[in-house]
Design a protein around this ligand. Sequence first.
Ligand code: ATP
Ligand code: MG
Length: 199
Amino acid sequence: MAVHGHYPKLGVFGGTFDPPQNGHIAVAKAVLERLLLDHVLFVPAGNPWQKNEQTSAAQRQEMVRLAIEGYDHFSVSTVDIDREGPTYTVDTLRDISLQYPDSELFFIVGDDAFAGITSWKDFEKLGELATIVVVSRMGIAPEVPAKLSPSVNLLEIDSLPISSTQCRERIANGETLEGLVPGKVADYVAKHQLYRRNA
Ligand code: ATP
Ligand code: MG
């Protein structure tokens, strides 16, 4: 197994990242600062959960790498891409806890995604693996399942009104991603002609 850094408090930020956008970076920065984390792992989901068949896992992984280039406290984890089958957060957290046995894990999730948590595989076990940090996005007051409530930390942040869906739509409409994604991600999307209509 690769040698991993020593991070007492380690954030785990899962997502499709199709593409990674500035809102994702803002979330990771805010949680890092507010909870005094040592590092945040961005964990792109494996392919089967993908909503958009145009981009491969390898392309999303590369875009995340480009998005966080220059941020010493961020890195990409491929645990969900390396594992066969659909991505379940319980597996993500188990794999990362094996790779970082000395780290306390903080799973970072937006309120929109957290709203569906009771449909996630073994959701009631997530609290044993990590503190679940729910960041404000849509202003949904999260309903916290009783079994998880001791492990949930609701964090009000100044989130950016940006989504990956909006980014894909912008490209499909022939518009640019300016202001929505890091410059290197915009360059990658253009170079590989991602998200174009009929591409
Ligand atoms: P899509 O529109 O394709 O669903 P997305 O913008 O929601 O994409 P995801 O990759 O699905 O991006 O999100 C990964 C995680 O980041 C989720 O927990 C989501 O709630 C959170 N997130 C994404 N964008 C923001 C944002 N602008 N502010 C706060 N949280 C966000
Ligand atoms: Mg989403």
